[in-house]
Design a protein around this ligand. Structure first.
Ligand code: B12
Length: 209
């Protein structure tokens, strides 16, 4: 069944993929496991795109399927009982990059774990991050990027925060499928997370929650 969902997404079989997602959740599968299947499937889609077997419309279709699955999954994740926020995070996909499915999952997970989230959207210029940090005074800034080209935007954003004298007031976490420790070092971020769950764990540590 599980392999099946990976294949259905990778083969862009929208209706069957959504149906199988619902069946898996009804059968008690952990929603986070479903997100892992999504990741496995995106790797296959990405590879087919690189190999010239898939084209932009196929990427778009995979994006649509992933978005619908993450909506279904989100509605199955239990939100903790409303309490005071444990911290505030400003998040966005950096300039030049419009991928937002992963960022939206992180936004949801942070919110579900007690953070107040200010989501700046996609293709966010460094200056917009700076303004948001001035306005909202967050504990954490989260940046997402899926394009290797966008690593420079991450660096520029960290530099802009530095220049504005705000760097010491926030912790910065980055993520996205090509992001690793080296990118964190290159950009000047404090940490990177391989997925939304890890991001939540790190952010919680930063606010001592
Ligand atoms: C769907 C998709 C699209 C959709 C995006 C729809 C949308 N609303 O986001 C569309 C069709 C629009 C698209 C466009 C393009 N895409 Co595209 N796309 C993908 C694909 C297949 C899946 C991405 C995805 O949604 N993954 C699922 C999510 C859940 O995973 P995720 O983003 O990694 O997020 C998780 C973690 O990384 C982490 N995370 C993510 N962000 C953050 C942030 C923080 C703070 C934290 C803590 C954690 C975290 O948590 C998430 C959940 O656990 C990938 C393939 C791949 N391997 O990823 C290519 C891919 C990213 N795309 C690629 C390319 C080249 C493009 C285009 C340039 C194509 C073109 N020629 O036009 C354009 C770029 C446009 C732009 N300016 O951004 C390349 C990038 C290659 C590179 N080296 O840069 C990839 C890798 C495909 C490939 N193998 O060639 N794409």
């Amino acid at each position: 069944m599980s392999k099946n969902l990976v294949d259905l997404i990778a083969d862009l079989k929208e209706d069957e993929a959504l149906q199988t997602t619902k069946e898996l959740l009804d059968a008690g599968t952990d929603p986070m496991v479903i997100l892992d299947y999504c990741r496995e499937a995106t790797e296959i889609v990405g590879k087919r795109f690189e190999e010239g077997k898939y084209f932009i419309p196929d990427l778009l279709m995979s994006g649509e399927i992933l978005e619908q699955i993450s909506d279904i999954v989100k509605s199955n994740l239990t939100k903790e009982v409303e309490t005071d926020y444990i911290g505030r995070i400003v998040i966005g996909t950096v300039e030049g990059d419009i991928h937002d499915i992963g960022k939206n999952i992180v936004t949801f997970m942070m919110d579900a774990n007690g953070f107040e989230v200010i989501d700046l959207g996609v293709d966010v210029p460094p200056q917009k991050f700076v303004e948001a940090v001035k306005e909202h005074k967050p504990d954490v800034v989260g940046m997402s990027a899926l394009l290797t080209l966008a690593f420079d935007s991450m660096k520029k954003t960290v530099d802009a925060l530095e220049e504005a004298g705000l760097r010491d007031q926030v912790k910065i976490i980055i993520g996205g499928c090509p992001i690793d420790e080296n990118v964190a070092k290159y950009s000047g971020a404090d940490a990177y997370a391989k997925d939304a769950q890890e991001g939540v764990v790190i952010a919680k540590k930063w606010v001592n929650a």
